[in-house]
Design a binder for this molecule. Sequence first.
Ligand code: ADP
Length: 379
Amino acid sequence: MTRVAVVGGGQLARMMAPAATAMGVTLRVLVESPEASAALAAHETVVGLPSDADAVRRLLAEPRPDVVTWEHEHIPDAVFELATQMGVPARPGRDALLFARDKIAMRGRLGELGLPMPAWRPVETEDDVEAFLAVHGGVGVLKTSRGGYDGKGVRMVRHPADADDWLAAAADGGPPLLIEQLVPYARELAIQVARRPSGEVRAWPLVESMQRDGVCSEVIAPAPRLTPAEQAEAESIGRTIAEALDVTGVLAVEMFEVDGRLVINELAMRPHNSGHWSIEGSVTSQFEQHLRAVLDWPLGDTAAIAPVTVMANVLGGSREVLESAWPEVTDPGAKVHLYGKGVRPGRKVGHVTVMGAHLDDVRKRAARVAATVRDGEQS
Ligand code: ADP
């Protein structure tokens, strides 16, 4: 029996489970608690944190997994060392993962590759910030190099003093900071590619993602008005990064579109929110593809099934409403995914996917069902 070990108990590991079941693969997940999102779906669970060596040993113990992978980038070095000791390939590997965990390392490496990015520099002092603002129109985007997600760790700055508290935290041992040019983008796009160790790479259609309060609210696949040239450029960026950084598994490259050009924002080396549409919307979902890729099995077809697929996130809401929402979902074509997570305002607790022929109609339907799932029946 093929067995894949996964570190992390969130919805990304949870959504690997149905794919694994269909493939005849046993999924063993290291979860933070027995109630974690993935614990409710995985075939085998080990409870513990990635920093707990005993728990990681149990994750990798007999019957030995064929490979260990991750649903997030915060994997301690000791996990890689244990995997090596215990003879379990770790994919994506430590060297690749660094570039998805550390924005300064990522910007530095992508710069060496000559890939399109906003102007940026690491900053340690108010003077650094002032010097950058002076040559970039008096405004910049300050970021923590590590630990940010969903817009936490990103702040617009117009004066060096706007950066004071973060500069102090960084000087005090917190994550280092970088500043970027504020990109006047027309929209945000993402390309996902999968790469297996023996080299095969496949890309999905480029998608558009919309954010609300720094959190992804909606994804449209393929991105509206997508041209073959833009798809080809995005694929080439995804492939270049996957190959140069030796990424195995699924890679998401978040990008800005500015004056018809693509500019890279950031990387994720795992299934990603921008790829949830592929569960129903593509011949091969990102979760199935990630398992195929880390197992070094032939990759599946990434073509879109419908002219338009829209994925709407369910953010926040109340657990009671979420759990009782199903009888209110009267759109027979809407696919609802609930993550079984505790609810907090703005937290991603589920998503809805609708496929069809007409963008406006599909978007409205997805948004309506997501609102019903979150807030109860809509008047
Ligand atoms: P996180 O790691 O928290 O997702 P991101 O780096 O993706 O942070 O930034 C979050 C959001 O902030 C982006 O989706 C985008 O809307 C905005 N943003 C980030 N960098 C820039 C930039 N250089 N110019 C303009 N907007 C940006």
